[in-house]
Design a protein. Structure first.
Length: 120
């Protein structure tokens, strides 16, 4: 009987420690296009921050003209290459995405891009 009680106590402690996950959804709207992301964390502020960062990453990967131009240039320069760029090009594209994330953050702060976040 004491083993069962110990298991129940340990289970309860683990459940209390992990706590419920907060969920936030953010969207960045640039022009007529919207890019969204879900952020989760036990802390609401961190869940919100995660969702905002994710929305900017989504914009950069799928909507930013600078990142698209860099990838299109690689495709033009390497028409017979496989669909995935090699490591040097990947590093360049990662730099473009990182720079885009800074631009996205600046655009949302200035109001040039609309940022909406809802936490559940």
């Amino acid at each position: 009987m004491s083993r069962i009680a110990l298991v129940l106590v340990v289970g309860a402690l683990l459940a209390c420690k992990s706590g419920p996950k907060q969920k936030c959804v953010s969207s960045v709207q640039v022009g007529s296009e919207r890019y969204s992301s879900l952020g989760t964390h036990s802390d609401k502020a961190k869940a919100r921050e995660s969702s905002v960062i994710g929305a900017c990453i989504a914009y950069c990967q799928f909507g930013d003209p600078t990142v698209k131009a860099a990838f299109d240039q690689w495709k033009r320069d390497n028409p017979s290459s496989p669909a995935k760029p090699d490591s040097i090009i990947t590093i360049h594209l990662q730099r473009e995405v990182k720079a885009c994330q800074s631009r996205c953050d600046a655009q949302t702060r200035s109001g040039a891009a609309t940022l909406r976040t809802e936490c559940l």
